[in-house]
Design a protein around this ligand. Structure first.
Ligand code: PLP
Length: 381
């Protein structure tokens, strides 16, 4: 007889690489009757949210909220800033770099610079490609969620800046958990997803453009025409019917971020990442990327020999009520991922590590119970 499942979505320890756990205040913010999206009350919400966006991007600029997932935000940025005849260089070392390439193929002429998944790009190689190709824009993923890898953008930014290309960044799972791109990175476009470090539900994309990128606007799409989005948000409005409850949730999530402070959020995210990395290593597991590139928002862990992805995540879910992510694309079946961004708590992570440890022990992969959890406990303040 199979064991009864203890999985309960209402109470699960939710450690996905996004969407992430929601704070009760964010959940409650959505429980409202229908609102007139062209009425004064909703304009005030948009006004407040708009005023909070610089907190996320770490700068002011042309900023808007697109209804749609992170991909819609990327599509809005790319299709609005580059033209079909423009050459763009896309950096790809993971599933989302690959997706950026596919997206760019629809709206421009991409030249792809690749690195192995979980490995950094060579700045000299990038320089050589930029000199040879003279692209209109460079597209890069700040935090490659698929393999728990943070690209060393500081090492790549000088070459991009010197080339004069616009620098458009997928920061969907990066901000606000990772340090904000400093001005000297010369970033012209940034997209952040609502469902990652902001800890709002999925369905909204936050988009920032510099004056330079704004000046280059020549939109190729209709619903995601950023010129329309910027024009509307100036009037505390949206061009089309927005996802009203998600705006209410985003406002609450942004207020939580403001109350905590962006630096404190980043510090906490880093600390949780260190605790997670140390605990899984103490269990004899290895990280997918080299540790110095390991992401602070999501940890990617290689499966030891003999563990099957589907069965592993099922047992965590059904015996322990713990939800983690699997791998994607070519990393599918090779890794599982623990998200530690947004408003996840130490207690959540401790429950996750305990479940991983219990099941590794049951499978004979660790000889005694205790090493992972005790490392985690010792790193607690
Ligand atoms: N880019 C990165 C780095 C991501 O992590 C994700 C989602 O996980 C996406 C793009 C796609 O975002 P969405 O699924 O919200 O469209």
């Amino acid at each position: 007889m199979s064991e009864p499942s203890s999985f309960d979505p209402a109470t699960s320890t939710f450690l996905l690489a996004g969407p992430v756990r929601l704070h009760p205040r964010v959940q409650q913010a959505m429980a409202v009757p229908s609102l007139n999206h062209r009425g004064e009350y909703f304009h005030e919400i948009v006004h407040e949210v708009r005023g909070l966006l610089p907190l996320v991007f770490g700068r002011t600029g042309h900023q808007a909220i697109v209804t749609g997932s992170g991909t819609a935000g990327l599509e809005a940025m790319v299709s609005s800033v580059v033209g079909r005849e423009d050459k763009v260089v896309v950096l790809s070392n993971g599933h989302f770099g690959n997706r950026l390439e596919k997206l760019a193929t629809r709206f421009a002429k991409p030249v792809v610079v690749r690195a192995e998944w979980g490995h950094p790009f060579d700045p000299a190689k990038l320089s050589a490609v930029l000199s040879a190709e003279r692209p209109k824009a460079v597209l890069a993923v700040y935090n490659e969620t698929s393999v728990g890898f943070t690209n060393d953008i500081a090492a790549l930014a000088p070459a991009i800046r010197e080339s004069g290309a616009l620098f458009l960044m997928d920061a969907i799972s990066a901000l606000p958990g990772l340090p904000t791109p400093p001005d000297d990175w010369g970033v012209d476009g940034i997209v952040v997803g609502s469902q990652k470090g902001l800890a709002a539900p999925p369905g909204l994309a936050l988009v920032h453009l510099s004056d330079r990128a704004f000046g280059a606007l020549k939109p190729q799409t209709f619903a995601e025409d950023l010129a329309e989005h910027f024009k509307s948000i100036e009037k505390d409005d949206t061009p089309w019917t927005p996802a009203v409850p998600l705006f209410l949730a985003l406002r609450e999530a942004l207020l939580l971020l403001k109350e905590e402070g962006v630096e404190a959020r980043q510090h906490r995210t880093h600390r949780y990442a260190e605790m997670t990395r140390a605990s899984v290593k103490a269990l004899g597991l290895s990280l997918f990327p080299e540790e110095r590139y390991s992401s602070d928002t999501v940890t990617a862990i290689r499966y030891p020999e003999g563990i099957e992805d589907g069965a592993w995540r099922k047992v965590l879910r059904e015996r322990h009520n713990v939800v983690v992510s699997g791998g994607q694309g070519e990393a599918k079946g090779k890794i599982f991922r623990i998200g530690h961004m947004g408003v996840v708590t130490e207690a959540d992570l401790l429950a996750g590590i305990a479940a991983v440890e219990r099941e590794l022990h049951r499978l004979g992969k660790v000889s005694s119970l205790g090493p992972g959890v005790s490392v985690f406990l010792r790193l607690m303040p």
